[in-house]
Design a protein around this ligand. Structure first.
Ligand SMILES: *[C@@H]1O[C@H](CO)[C@@H](O)[C@H](O)[C@H]1NC(C)=O
Ligand SMILES: *[C@@H]1O[C@H](CO)[C@@H](O)[C@H](O)[C@H]1NC(C)=O
Ligand SMILES: *[C@@H]1O[C@H](CO)[C@@H](O)[C@H](O)[C@H]1NC(C)=O
Ligand SMILES: *[C@@H]1O[C@H](CO)[C@@H](O)[C@H](O)[C@H]1NC(C)=O
Ligand SMILES: *[C@@H]1O[C@H](CO)[C@@H](O)[C@H](O)[C@H]1NC(C)=O
Ligand SMILES: *[C@@H]1O[C@H](CO)[C@@H](O)[C@H](O)[C@H]1NC(C)=O
Ligand SMILES: *[C@@H]1O[C@H](CO)[C@@H](O)[C@H](O)[C@H]1NC(C)=O
Length: 562
C-alpha cells in the first residue's frame, strides 16, 4: 500500500527519496485503516475503526494504532503500551518489563534462567564451572565432564599428564602424537611421527621417512616425494631408489629408475645433453640443436651479434658499414659462418659472399676449400676462380674439368691438349699419330717432328724425300733435314745445291746467271790489267832496243805469268 501511495504521486527522483522516507514513517505508525488489527473470529475492524480481535504483535489501543512502548517487548497490554506481556527471545518478563537473560544463559523465563551455556552455572548462569571442567550442574556447579587432557575423579577434573591426550583414573589411554607409555612420557623412535600408546610400535614416520619393517627409513636428501613405500620421485638432477645418483652432466631431469636423460639444462642438447647449443644461443631444440632463442643482442640462426649502429642508411638498413656484418631486418648482424669474411641474407638464408684465403663460397652458401686442382690451392675468395691456373691435367676457371685422358696438360681456356702423355701422338685430344718419318715417331703438339727425321727425309714433319740426285754417303741422310739441300754433292750429271734434275728451275737459273756474270766481270778487269801491263812492257822494250823486236807474244805471256 505504501508503494501504491508513493507511485500515485508523480514526481522527480528527489521527491521520490523524500516521499519514500515520509511514507515509510507514516506506514509503520499508521494503523489508521485497520492494518494493525489481528485476524480472528470476529469482524476484523468495526465501522468506527475498532479492532474486534485485538492487535497484531507490537501494537495496542482500540484501533491498534500505537506501538508498544516497553523495550524488547513482543506483545503489550491492549490499553497500555508500557505493560509488556511477552518478551522477544533472549529476554524474560519481570514486573511487566523485559529483562536481559544474560550472555551465558541459554534460555530463560520470567523466573529466570532455565539452562546455561557449557561452562557456566547458577540462577543467572554467571558462575564458572570448576577449572578444567567443560560441563557442570546448573544448580550447584557440580562437575559433570572434563576437558581434553583431564579425567574426572572424585568430583574433580584431574590432569592426565603433559603428553597424555585421553585418560581415565587408571592412566593414559591415548598419548599425544609422538609419545607412548602409560604416562605418555616415552618418545616414539627417532623419525617416527606417531606410535602405539601401548608399546611404542611406530605407526607413521616424519617427513622424508617411510615405514619399513616397523622402522622409519630415509627417502634420501634429494627425494621430492616420499610415499609410504619409499621415494616415488626425485628432485631434478637426481635419480635412484634413494635419489643419491646424479643425472648426467647438463641433464636437467632423468628417469628415476635408470638415469636416462629426460630433459637438458638450458643451453644443451642431444641424447645425453652432451652438446652445447650454438654460440650465443640460450636455448635450443633438444633433438636437433636448432637454436630457439638467442642471448640478448643476438638474432637469427645461428645467433649472431646484431646492432643498429652500422646500418646504412640508418633507418632503412639496406647495407652495413662493416663488411663483417650483414643487413638483417633492420639491424646489422655479425656474419658468423665458418671461414667466412662477409655474408648476405636472401630468402631467410644467410650465405657467405667472401671467404677467407684458401676458401670460396659454394652453392650452399658455405665456404669450402679451393679446388685442390688449383695450382698452390689458391683461388679467388669470392668466385673460386683459381688464381694461378690449374695443376697439370685440369682446366677451366675453377679447374673443375679434367683434360682429355691422353693429355699431359691442356689449354686452361678450352681444354685442348697442349702436351701429350705419349709423344708419338699429337692433336687437341692427342689421338693423332706423329708422322712415321719423324725419328722414333716423336713430334710436338702441332705434329712437327722433334729435332730429327729418319734418313733421307726433310721438312718440319719430315714429309719430303731428299732429292734422288743427292749423293749418298754411307747410310747417312743425303740432304739437310731443314732445307733439303744435298749434303754430299750431286750424283753424276747433276749440279747445284739441290742437284735438280730439271735445270730449268727459274730461280736456280737466275742464281747461276748471276754467278756467271760475276765471274765474267771479274775476268774482264783482269784482262784489262794484263793488257795494260803487256802494253807497258812492250813499249819499254821497244824504247830500249830494236833488236828485241821479234819477241813473241808467248814471251810476254811468260813474263806476266812468272
Ligand atoms: C586445571 O589445569 C591446570 C593446568 O592444566 C592446573 O594448573 C590446575 O591446577 C587445574 N585445576 C584444577 C582445579 O584441577
Ligand atoms: C668490423 O667488425 C669486426 C667484427 O666485430 C671487427 O673485428 C672489425 O674491426 C670491424 N672493422 C671495422 C673497420 O670496424
Ligand atoms: C667452366 O667453369 C664455369 C664456372 O667457372 C662453368 O660455368 C662452365 O660451365 C665451365 N665450362 C665447362 C666447359 O664446363
Ligand atoms: C688456349 O685457347 C685459347 C682459345 O681457344 C687461345 O686464345 C689461347 O691462346 C690458348 N692458350 C695457349 C697457352 O695456347
Ligand atoms: C705411344 O703410341 C704408340 C702408337 O701411337 C704406341 O705404339 C705406344 O705403345 C704408345 N706408348 C705408350 C707409352 O703408350
Ligand atoms: C750405319 O750407321 C750406323 C750408325 O748410325 C753404323 O753403326 C753402321 O756401321 C753404318 N753402316 C754402314 C754400312 O756404314
Ligand atoms: C727451284 O729452286 C727453288 C729455290 O732454290 C726451290 O725452292 C724449288 O723447289 C726448285 N724447284 C725444283 C723443281 O727443283
Amino acid at each position: 500500500m505504501c508503494t501504491l501511495n508513493f507511485l500515485m504521486i508523480p514526481g522527480k527522483m528527489v521527491t521520490f527519496a523524500v516521499l519514500c522516507m515520509l511514507v515509510r514513517v507514516v506506514c509503520t505508525q499508521d494503523c489508521s485503516t485497520c492494518q494493525c488489527c489481528a485476524d480472528g473470529k470476529y469482524l476484523k475492524c468495526s465501522i468506527r475503526g475498532n479492532c474486534n480481535n485485538g492487535c497484531i504483535d507490537g501494537y495496542y489501543g482500540k484501533n491498534c494504532k500505537y506501538k508498544c512502548t516497553s523495550q524488547n517487548c513482543l506483545r503489550c497490554h491492549r490499553n497500555y503500551g508500557n505493560y509488556c506481556q511477552k518478551c522477544t527471545p533472549g529476554y524474560y518478563l519481570y514486573n511487566y518489563n523485559c529483562n536481559d537473560c544474560g550472555s551465558q544463559c541459554q534460555s530463560c523465563s520470567s523466573y529466570g534462567c532455565n539452562s546455561c551455556y557449557d561452562g557456566y552455572w547458577g540462577s543467572t548462569c554467571d558462575e564458572n564451572c570448576a577449572q578444567n571442567s567443560t560441563l557442570c550442574r546448573k544448580s550447584d556447579g557440580y562437575c559433570l565432564s572434563c576437558g581434553s587432557g583431564y579425567y574426572f575423579y572424585n568430583g574433580k577434573c584431574t590432569t592426565c599428564g603433559i603428553h597424555c591426550a585421553v585418560c581415565d583414573p587408571r592412566g593414559c589411554t591415548s598419548c599425544h602424537v609422538g609419545y607412548w607409555g602409560s604416562t605418555c612420557d616415552e618418545n616414539c623412535a627417532q623419525n617416527c611421527a606417531s606410535c602405539r600408546t601401548s608399546d611404542g610400535y611406530c605407526l607413521s614416520c616424519g617427513s622424508g621417512y617411510y615405514l619399513y619393517n616397523g622402522k622409519c627409513t630415509t627417502c634420501g636428501a634429494h627425494c621430492a616425494c616420499c610415499g609410504s613405500g619409499g621415494c616415488t620421485s626425485c628432485h631434478n638432477r637426481y635419480w635412484g631408489s634413494t635419489c643419491d645418483e646424479n643425472c648426467a652432466q647438463n641433464c636437467a631431469s632423468c628417469s628415476k629408475s635408470d638415469g636416462y636423460c629426460l630433459s637438458c639444462s638450458p643451453g644443451y642438447w642431444g641424447n645425453t645433453c652432451e652438446n652445447p647449443c650454438g654460440h650465443h644461443c640460450l636455448e635450443c631444440d633438444e633433438q636437433n640443436g636448432e637454436c630457439i632463442s638467442c642471448e640478448h643482442g643476438y638474432l637469427g640462426h645461428p645467433c649472431t651479434e646484431c646492432s643498429r649502429d652500422m646500418c646504412m642508411p640508418q633507418f632503412d638498413c639496406e647495407l652495413c658499414t662493416n663488411i663483417s656484418f650483414f643487413a638483417n631486418g633492420g639491424v646489422c648482424c655479425l656474419c658468423s659462418l665458418d671461414k667466412c669474411v662477409s655474408c648476405s641474407k636472401a630468402l631467410d638464408t644467410v650465405n657467405c659472399k667472401i671467404c677467407k684465403q684458401g676458401y670460396y663460397p659454394q652453392s650452399n652458401g658455405q665456404c669450402g676449400f679451393c679446388n685442390s686442382y688449383c695450382f698452390k690451392n689458391e683461388c679467388d675468395s669470392s668466385s673460386g676462380v683459381c688464381l694461378y691456373g690449374c695443376i697439370n691435367g685440369y682446366w677451366n676457371k675453377t679447374c673443375d674439368k679434367e683434360c682429355e685422358p691422353d693429355c699431359l696438360s691442356c689449354n686452361q681456356t678450352d681444354g685442348s691438349c697442349s702436351q701429350c702423355k705419349n709423344n708419338t701422338r699429337h692433336g687437341h685430344d692427342c689421338r693423332q699419330e706423329c708422322s712415321a718419318t719423324c725419328k722414333n715417331s716423336k713430334c710436338d703438339n702441332n705434329g712437327n717432328c722433334i729435332n730429327v727425321c729418319i734418313p733421307n727425309t726433310f721438312g718440319k714433319q719430315c714429309e719430303n724425300k731428299c732429292d734422288g740426285s743427292c749423293s749418298p754417303k754411307d747410310n747417312r741422310t743425303s740432304c739437310s733435314e731443314k732445307t733439303g739441300m744435298c749434303l754430299y754433292g750431286c750424283q753424276h750429271g747433276y749440279r747445284g745445291r739441290f742437284c735438280p734434275k730439271d735445270v730449268g728451275n727459274k730461280s736456280e737459273k737466275q742464281t747461276l746467271l748471276t754467278a756467271a756474270l760475276g765471274r765474267g766481270l771479274g775476268g774482264g778487269i783482269m784482262a784489262l790489267i794484263i793488257l795494260a801491263i803487256i802494253a807497258m812492257v812492250w813499249f819499254r822494250k821497244r824504247r830500249r832496243s830494236n833488236t828485241e823486236r821479234n819477241t813473241s807474244v808467248h814471251d810476254v805471256l811468260r813474263l806476266v805469268c812468272s
